[in-house]
Design a protein. Sequence first.
Length: 505
Amino acid sequence: MTTLEAPSPALAAPVRSVRVDRDDDVAVLLSPVAAGGVVRVDDMLVTATDAIEAGHKIAVRAVAQGAPVRRYRAAIGLARRAIAIGEHVHVHNVATALAGEDAYRYLPQPATPQPARAEPGFAGYVRADGSVATRNEIWILPTVGCVGRLGERIAQTAGPRHAGRIDGIHAFNHPFGCSQLGDDLDRTGAILAALACNPNAGGVLLLGLGCESNQLDRMLARMPDSVRERVRSVRAQASADEFAEAMAAIDTLAEQAEAKRTAVPLSALRLGVKCGGSDSMSGLTANPLIGRMTDRVAAAGGTVLMTEIPEIFGAERLLMARCADEAVFDRLVEVTNRFKRYFLDHGEPVSENPSPGNIAGGITTLEEKSLGAVQKGGAATVSDVLDYGEPVRRAGLSVVDAPGNDAVSTTALAAAGATITLFSTGRGTPLGSPVPTMKIATNHDLAARKPNWIDYDAAAVLDDGQDAASDALLARIVAVASGEPARNEANDERAIGIWKSGVTL
């Protein structure tokens, strides 16, 4: 018998697994199993016919060739051949069902009511426009890559000079701003100008060269008056000593930016949510836990920003059903199909994902990756959809148009206004964005091996339950928002990535 109704005392301790729903065809192993080993799935035992690694899937139901394979209560692909109970379920026997653009219907579903609760606040910096920062820093933003290294040298010199007065001085180098055309150039200017508007930037030095396509004046014109008041600019070609002029500008900015933290409610938080280096546990531990944070922040009146449009393909209808109204739905359809068209116009299939690291971690198809990824959005209503480089407009959950690339998407979240970002990972990464970027491990092993990268071990949900883990993670978020360094900050891991979509001259 492959499946037993109840455990037998004669059997060795079975390997633990997790199945999201009893109608799912697969379960995810929490430990490796050898061929012939026994796996506990809910209240039954399954004998593995293959050796299967931890984080990978075992079939708990027979699936006919061509039939959908279900996980997360949804199809993650189609069976390439018949799959028997106990088999390893992965890329060798499951294929994506995704193709091109889709037609969507507005079929709204009632939002899941969130329980009323008294949430903890944090100590933040209240800005003149009413926004609240988690950091009070000076950011140096080069208009063009030619002065990127100059910006880094300025930050290295100015940082110690103003230690104790502000939280830090950071330069964000990038290779763009010239040899670009049309929409591609426009988006570079838009994302940099939007970054300057982030509340965490108590002061901004725009560092230009002079001859670049991305001109300073046009960037300044993109910013509201309330932001321009905390911006200074230097054109290197027009300055007798650009370094000295920049240092003087930073001295002025640092003096103007001095501020004290004050107690604010959780509704003042702007939370970015992101995943990278995902594994098969991402959708079982870290992403649902981040989804709890989304729900709690949104229910408190705060703001949550999520992105990675190519990593909702196959699960986009779950978000579309939660759009606040038909206008928001239409925007999400537009952004989703526009991104699919972007793939197709470049001769690439929309399903060219997951990455090799994702596959090694147990993710089989883009549908499976997306169904796990969208759980970061919790059950909150989608209140808005933002273009790349567009600042947040409404409280609640907003979807931001940007790719899945880690550096580009975390930058897009900061540009939209996120003041802290939760970044789930099963494989691990040291990457940080301009704002505190908390790494949430999907599994105990990663958290134990990389404590210098990881801010919270979400595998605690398997031991302590979602409620206890949710309270613990929110306490960590509040501590970091109030000034405790995230691991990326302690490691001085801060960078930006700009979405380059056009030709280079």
